[in-house]
Ligand binder design. Structure first.
Ligand SMILES: O=C(O)c1[nH]c(=O)[nH]c(=O)c1Cl
Length: 309
């Protein structure tokens, strides 16, 4: 079996990659994913200026997953663009993802215009779902603002673009959100970001400092929500808009389920943070073993084919 995939016009030797925020802060971490079994990588979400982020401790692993309120720490847009342009020379046969978002609507347009005018030839992931910047709402929970933003973006942005979405929890919201996204030539949507503003307590205390302990939840806790979002949008979106599945992937079986729900690419966050880039080889082998046992040669043989009762 092969776990290769495509997103838009780009081919990837493997359908696994990191989730933005994990193993992607700098050249060292990105280089480790680049040289792992992962098919590609996405950068830490970049903002126009570098950011130090929220006070520490701001990330905490738990038995069943993780909680984080990083606050968008990153080295700034130019750092990641420089690295991506360098890789276009040293690895011309590979395609990478650039995650970004402005701290304001104006900044978001400034960032995307810089990408549009640059030589970057990969895929852009616009983060509409950061839950951890105090005072800033998750953009994609405001569908009117999201529609206006995408309308303005697509008036000038002509390169491949997808959006990183928060989880939705209401069927009517799936309907409303899909109606908005179907209006635009999106290359993909990525479901899901962490479940925003959870709270983890150990003994008598919260476990992270920012926001009195409130932070985005990842890991085993969120797989059912992640699968539901992947499948809900797979059922509703134009087939030209592919789905990237993120959330709760610990094993090849978890990845198999994301693809059954309609995912064309699977991102790994919490598990990658805990296990390191070796997780890509383990999970890839586990998925291949499942495919071999079931007689599936490619992921297209079972993508989106979850059975109903
Ligand atoms: O606090 C963060 O940096 C963060 N943390 C998340 O769990 N998702 C995001 O999109 C971001 Cl931007």
């Amino acid at each position: 079996a092969t776990t290769k995939t495509h997103i838009g016009n780009f081919e990837f030797e493997n359908c696994f990659m990191n989730a933005a925020g994990v193993y992607c802060y700098d050249r060292n971490e990105l280089g480790q994913v680049l040289n792992s079994q992962a098919g590609t990588f996405v950068t830490k979400t970049a903002t126009l200026q570098s950011r130090s982020g929220n006070p520490e401790p701001r990330y905490h692993d738990t038995v069943l997953g993780s909680i984080n309120s990083m606050g968008l720490p990153n080295l700034g847009f130019d750092y990641y663009l420089d690295y991506l342009l360098e890789l276009q020379k040293t690895h011309p046969d590979r395609t990478f993802f650039f995650s970004l978002v402005g701290m304001s609507t104006e900044d978001t347009h400034a960032l995307l215009k810089k990408v549009q005018e640059s030589d970057f030839n990969g895929i852009t992931e616009l983060n509409l779902s950061c839950p951890n910047v105090p005072g800033k709402p998750q953009i994609a929970y405001d569908l009117e603002t999201t529609e206006k933003l995408l309308t303005d973006i697509f008036s000038y942005f002509k390169k491949p673009l997808g959006v990183k979405l928060p989880p939705y929890f209401d069927i009517v919201h799936f309907d409303q959100a899909a109606t908005v996204f179907n209006k635009f030539p999106l290359t993909f949507i990525n479901c899901v970001n962490s479940i925003g503003n959870g709270l983890v307590i150990e003994d008598e205390s919260v476990v992270i400092k920012p926001k009195n302990g409130f932070g985005g939840i990842g890991g085993e806790y969120i797989k059912p929500t992640a699968l539901a979002n992947v499948h809900a949008f797979y059922q509703r979106l134009n087939p030209s808009i592919q789905i990237i599945g993120t959330g709760g992937v610990l094993t090849g079986q978890d990845a198999f389920e994301h693809i059954l729900c309609g995912a064309s690419m699977v991102q790994i966050g919490t598990t990658l943070h805990k296990e390191g880039p070796a997780a890509f080889e383990r999970i890839t082998n586990e998925l291949k073993a499942i495919m071999d046992k079931k007689g599936y040669k490619t992921i297209e043989d079972f993508k989106g084919k979850v059975k109903y009762l």
